[in-house]
Design a protein around this ligand. Structure first.
Ligand SMILES: Nc1nc2c(c(=O)[nH]1)N[C@H]1C(S)=C(S)[C@@H](COP(=O)(O)OP(=O)(O)OC[C@H]3O[C@@H](n4cnc5c(=O)[nH]c(N)nc54)[C@H](O)[C@@H]3O)O[C@H]1N2
Ligand SMILES: Nc1nc2c(c(=O)[nH]1)N[C@H]1C(S)=C(S)[C@@H](COP(=O)(O)OP(=O)(O)OC[C@H]3O[C@@H](n4cnc5c(=O)[nH]c(N)nc54)[C@H](O)[C@@H]3O)O[C@H]1N2
Ligand SMILES: [Mo]
Length: 891
């Protein structure tokens, strides 16, 4: 503690605390423009709005940078500092165009009594830059505080914003003085959030905020906390809150992608299919060609009646990882006790099902062992089969921060990505050969005895079998398969093994394969062999995708497990829920997502209830899946839009969007946070929880839930993972980590029978389908930054669709040239299952022969092409590899 005097009072400062921070902590915020106390921003002291007088010093000091020393005497509010600060504001005001009457700058100016300037403007007027769909740049309001630059460079590490010119000519620039729209800006809006003057503003301009609501982002598993601003019943802005996972950061979707909730195509009345109307695609703007509006009572009665007619074995339900924990729990309970089978699943099956299967088998728990934030403590970060700059952008920003802080990043991915430039090694190996590459790394670690003997001995079983298995996977033998030379494999294996701490983060490039479980087994073995689990900076982190896929899985939205992962086949597990729910439960595992579609095709499943999923776009082999959906006797779809799936429904139930309901959500870090209702649902749309409850009652269930709290209370009574957590705690605390508040798990024991982790040999070496003479290209599918999955939400967000609205397939520049394709040329892609047309765009991150197509474009639905071949353990389809041909379209 450092004792010093501030405005006549004896005060104490902690080590490293600045005068500005001490003053704020004690209740007085000194005026500031270029300074913010947000984490990640270094103080610069360039604006001089925060000057204080230090006894014995001639010049005033910037309090945002200056640290007190013992005995220092500081005056922060005397006549001299007030005069100096007023002068700063007056000078700045001379050149200030004031686009935002509520800006922090004008607020401080007003507080200091500065409303006009005696000085003449010194800079020539600059025209606003409105080239970006989301943000406007008004440099005539810029005071050169450089907060935007630091937001872009130090916080999000996108390095787009810089300062060019000198003296009076200096100005904020994007890349090489491009317009913002033409620059490499990724639209995170961190600069807008940081700007104190309104020089950077949302494109729509400043808005008068009527009220604000603290909630979450509806998109990915990072789980950013957001404050939504509301005016006239609509969301008009989003601001990052200080959540554990985001520290006020957001990405383009979280900041600018909320307007889908007010899109004119929102479903606002329940719909019933007209007698005899064909089940075919239709215009989502005009449902009434095939549907007629109905009252809620009529629609719910019809929805339930069609399901009640069918036997348990013919019914199935798909719940949602976009919904809350309470919705997921209630949905699986509806299927298990109302349909009376375990035929309930959700998109996790297409996602991390294989990772979870391998994790449960290996370490007894399917969730992450350490949060993303632990990358800050990692010496080495291995990122495999994931593209977080596009898909978990805020997590990516923390990875970049970690690299800047000295961590070494190793990327194992067939395709280049935005993080490649931060990596010490990027092994661009052949698609679908993860086991070859990873087993070769494991081989090196065993052969060179780089593994952690004590850890392996004390904490694992199966080492001897694994070591034996790995003998035939020498790097030299695997190099031709995976396309990485043996020397490089050895270097990377040693790097990981010798690190004092190391995290492995992975995504769909690992899991979505016909040997996805094997891929994850290798990653688990890597971590276990080297003892990189259960310590700070070490752990296994499958980056969870949907905002609530962790919670939906925990809540039992899976066909072989009840809430908290108890197997349905185990009597003791089932009996506990039978007692709790007062019913008898089916002991047989239910059907998984892809199996449901197969069973529908075969006429075994005849009735399906889909809540918040769009399988007619997200399932592999869509021609088959759509046929299966259209052939159902009774399909009920509960969504916010007339999706490709809803178009095939018999009854469509208009639900609430994320912003229109309250519930708890569990992020990738196992952190449970509260999503709060921000606005009202449009028209007659109703909350998902209400709809599920009403469906349950019509199926004869004695349900009286009056809202999410009632459901959560019941969950807490039945789920050990929630012990100690209450709705009130969720309401009052920022978020709660499960289990038992522990961010890092398994420091001394694994939740397996014997407390030890299992090393499991893996051998899946090749994808189910490889390019050949007929289908010479390897197609990989996935995501783009601006769009969410099947596009239902983000294609209906004005900013996001304007940023990225062209259905395009990425092609390597070499192949573009070889095929004589101009940028944007129309091409046809054909696989053994279907065909689509899209624009070809060159992508230098791809290897020759590889193509990438995101699955968000209904006009070019990638999944018409993809292969439904399944991983034998997790039943996840091979969405990452299929063989296709590419043909130029004649105009
Ligand atoms: N913008 C946006 N963000 C999202 C989503 C979205 O739709 N849009 N969806 C969310 C969801 S649910 C999920 S699951 C996550 C997914 O997040 P990611 O897992 O990052 O997503 P993908 O784009 O599917 O692809 C991941 C990576 O796998 C690589 N890859 C392809 N084939 C292979 C292979 O054979 N081996 C290896 N090792 N890598 C390979 C690709 O090159 C790509 O870099 O994103 C979440 N976030
Ligand atoms: N080719 C290919 N296919 C893939 C993948 C891939 O990488 N490549 N990835 C797979 C993965 S990882 C995943 S997770 C799946 C995702 O597959 P899906 O879950 O089917 O995809 P989404 O588009 O997220 O579907 C969510 C649906 O919920 C609706 N919705 C949004 N909010 C609400 C709400 O509050 N209430 C209700 N009732 N509905 C709401 C949306 O309009 C949308 O129709 O796709 C899989 N398919
Ligand atoms: Mo996912």
């Amino acid at each position: 503690m450092i004792r010093f005097t501030l405005d006549g009072q004896e005060v104490e400062a902690a080590e490293g605390e600045t005068i500005w921070q001490v003053s704020k902590r004690l209740g007085t915020t000194i005026p500031h423009l270029c300074h913010t106390d947000r984490p990640g921003f270094e103080p610069e002291g360039n604006c001089r709005a925060c000057v204080v007088e230090i006894k014995g010093e001639r010049a005033l000091a910037a309090s945002c940078r200056r640290r007190p020393t013992p005995g220092m005497v500081v005056e922060a509010a005397n006549g001299r500092t007030a005069k100096a600060r007023r002068m700063v504001f007056e000078l700045l005001l001379a050149d200030h165009a004031s686009p935002d009457p509520d800006s922090a700058f004008l607020g401080w100016a007003g507080a200091l009594g500065v409303t006009a300037s005696r000085f003449a403007p010194s800079a020539a007027p600059v025209r606003p830059d409105t080239s970006h769909p989301a943000m406007a740049v008004r440099l005539d309001a810029c005071i050169h505080c450089t907060l935007c630059l630091r937001a872009c460079r130090e916080v999000q590490v996108n390095d787009v914003i810089g300062m060019s010119g000198r003296g009076a000519d200096s100005r904020i620039t994007f890349d090489f003085a491009q317009s913002m729209g033409a620059s490499s800006c990724v639209g995170c809006g961190e600069c807008v959030q940081a700007c104190p003057t309104g020089a950077l503003l949302p494109a729509a301009g400043p808005v008068r905020v009527e009220r604000s609501v603290d909630s979450l982002c509806p998109y990915c598993g990072v789980g950013c906390q957001v404050t939504y601003h509301v005016a006239g019943g609509d969301i008009v802005g989003a601001k990052g809150r200080d959540g554990e996972a985001n520290h006020q950061r957001l990405c383009v979707k979280g900041r600018f992608g909320f307007d889908y909730s007010r899109h004119p195509q929102r479903l606002t009345v329940p719909l019933i299919r007209k007698e005899g109307a064909p089940k075919e695609p239709l215009d989502p703007a005009d449902p009434f060609t095939h549907f007629r509006p109905a009252s809620w009572d009529e629609a719910l009665d019809a929805a339930a009646a069609g399901l009640k007619r069918l036997p348990a074995s013919a019914l199935a339900g798909l719940g949602s990882a976009k919904g809350s924990n309470e919705e997921a729990y209630l949905f699986q309970k509806l299927v298990r006790t109302g349909f009376k089978s375990n035929n309930v699943d959700h998109c996790t099956r297409l996602c991390h099902a294989s990772s979870v299967a391998a994790l449960l088998e290996g370490i007894g728990s399917g969730a992450v062992t350490a949060p993303v934030a632990e990358v800050a403590n990692a010496e080495v970060i291995v990122l495999i089969g994931a593209n977080p700059s596009a898909n978990h952008p805020v997590a990516a920003s923390f990875i970049k921060n970690a690299v800047k802080g000295g961590a070494q990043l190793v990327i194992l991915d067939p395709r280049g990505q935005a993080l490649t430039r931060f990596a010490s090694h990027h092994l661009k190996f052949n698609n679908g050969t993860d086991v070859a590459l990873l087993n070769a790394m494991l081989h090196v670690i065993v052969a060179e005895e780089l593994y952690d003997r004590d850890f392996v001995q004390a904490r694992t079983t199966g080492f001897a079998e694994l070591a034996q298995h790995l003998k035939s996977y020498a790097p030299e033998a695997m190099a031709p398969l995976c396309g990485i030379d043996a020397g490089t494999i050895r270097v990377v294996a040693r790097l990981y093994a010798r690190a004092a701490s190391a995290m492995i983060l992975w995504g769909m490039g690992v899991s979505q394969h016909s040997h996805g479980t094997d891929n994850s087994r290798c990653l688990i073995a890597l971590a276990l062999l080297c003892g990189h689990v259960g310590r700070p900076g070490s752990g296994l982190h499958p980056l969870r995708g949907q905002n609530n896929v962790q919670g939906a899985s925990d809540a039992g939205l899976i066909p072989m497990m009840l809430p908290d992962y108890g197997r349905v086949g185990l009597d003791a597990v089932r009996q506990r829920f039978e007692a709790g729910w007062g019913v008898e439960l089916d002991p047989d595992s239910g059907l998984t997502v892809v199996e449901m579609m197969d069973a529908a095709q075969a006429g075994i499943i005849r009735g399906l209830y889909v809540e918040g999923e769009n399988p007619a776009m997200s399932d592999p082999d869509l021609a088959h899946a759509r046929q299966a959906l259209a052939g159902l006797e009774h399909l009920v779809v509960q969504d916010i839009f007339l999706t490709e799936t809803a178009m095939l429904a018999d009854v469509v139930l208009p639900a609430s969007s994320f912003f229109e309901k309250t519930g708890s959500f569990t992020n990738t870090d196992r952190h449970i946070q509260m999503g709060r209702q921000v606005i009202d649902p449009p028209g007659e749309a109703r909350s998902d929880l209400w709809i599920i409850t009403e469906m349950g009652r019509r199926l004869g269930l004695p349900w009286t839930y009056d809202g999410p709290k009632a459901v959560f209370d019941e969950m807490c009574g039945l789920m050990g993972s929630l012990s100690g957590i209450t709705w009130e705690r969720l309401e009052s605390e920022g978020g709660i980590t499960t289990p038992a508040g522990k961010a890092i798990l398994f420091g001394d024991v694994f939740p397996t029978g014997d407390g030890k982790a299992r090393l499991v040999p893996a051998s899946g070496l090749a994808p189910a389908e490889n390019p050949d003479a007929d289908y010479p290209f390897l197609l990989s599918t996935g995501r783009v930054l601006e769009h969410w999955h099947t596009g239902s939400m983000t294609r209906r967000s004005d900013v996001l669709d304007r940023l990225q609205g062209l259905p395009a397939v990425n092609v390597s520049p070499g192949d573009m040239a070889r095929l004589g394709l101009a940028e944007g040329a129309r091409v046809r892609l054909e696989s053994r299952r279907g065909a689509v047309e899209a624009a070809a765009v060159a992508d230098s991150r791809l290897s020759p022969g590889a193509l990438f197509l995101p699955f968000c474009f209904t006009e070019a639905a990638a999944n018409l092409l993809t292969n439904p071949a399944l991983d034998p353990v997790a039943k996840i389809p091979e969405l990452k590899v299929s063989a296709v041909r590419l043909l130029p379209c004649s105009e």
